[in-house]
Design a protein around this ligand. Sequence first.
Ligand code: SF4
Length: 292
Amino acid sequence: MYQFHRGQDLLNLCAQHDMSIAQVMLRAEADERGWEEKQVLSELDRALAVMEESVQKGLNAEIKSVGGLIGGNGFKLYQRLSTGSICGNLVLKAVSYALAVTEVNAAMGRIVAAPTAGASGVIPGIILAVTEEKKKSRQQAIEALLVAGAVGKIIAANATLAGAEGGCQAEVGSASAMASAAAVYLDGGSAAMSLNAAAMALKGLLGLVCDPVAGLVEVPCSKRNATGTVNALICAEMSLAGIESVIPFDEIVDAMFRVGRLISPDLRETARGGCALTPTAQAITRNISSDI
Ligand code: SF4
């Protein structure tokens, strides 16, 4: 009864039952899994706790990725909170947290793959930073996860969340769309505004290729989470200001899938193009191979 396949179905359900995206998603998840709603909420509470732990762990200066290419960047950026920044506290925190989580992932630590391990920084970065800076409750943060999940569910059903299939637009682009919708929700925006923000966020990263250096989920992945985070925040801000995406969310999802099919296999997680084919990346790859 509360199942939805497209963004428009979700908006219709919200209007029909006078419910938020979070409420519809909660019902849909409980129905699909045959769980009580409180069980879904308890799983999300657990996921949020893992996100919080990974942020804290990643803000430790000592963290180093398995491939040795990243580590300590979340910590470095976070120091700008006390020295003053160009971006302001909320953006700085969100991006520091996003970098921190991706560094924990690259160090083989525990993260929530939301929606994938490579793109795991954007959603916790935004939900935790907005919750802190806007003084939202834990319950509201969990509801924001439901909103992000609803957007991810639609993208997964109609396109893909895998870099190997759709390029990085499918991973960081989707994470950015999910987080943007969640940020709108946390700031009191409507269901339509959330999907509008998601459309703009995904559109902004359309065509982004997947080109991990040496095949490791480190470079450019970690910093792309930073880009995805800022993209999500500004799209949420635009939507809350009443700026609309000319192309609706569902059509952008379809476009993303079509673009993914057109992206050369060299630019879909094979490390045969893009950043992975630069002279520096090739030298890194040779060094790593000679160490094995
Ligand atoms: S570049 Fe590829 S592996 Fe890295 S985050 Fe993007 S999709 Fe994932």
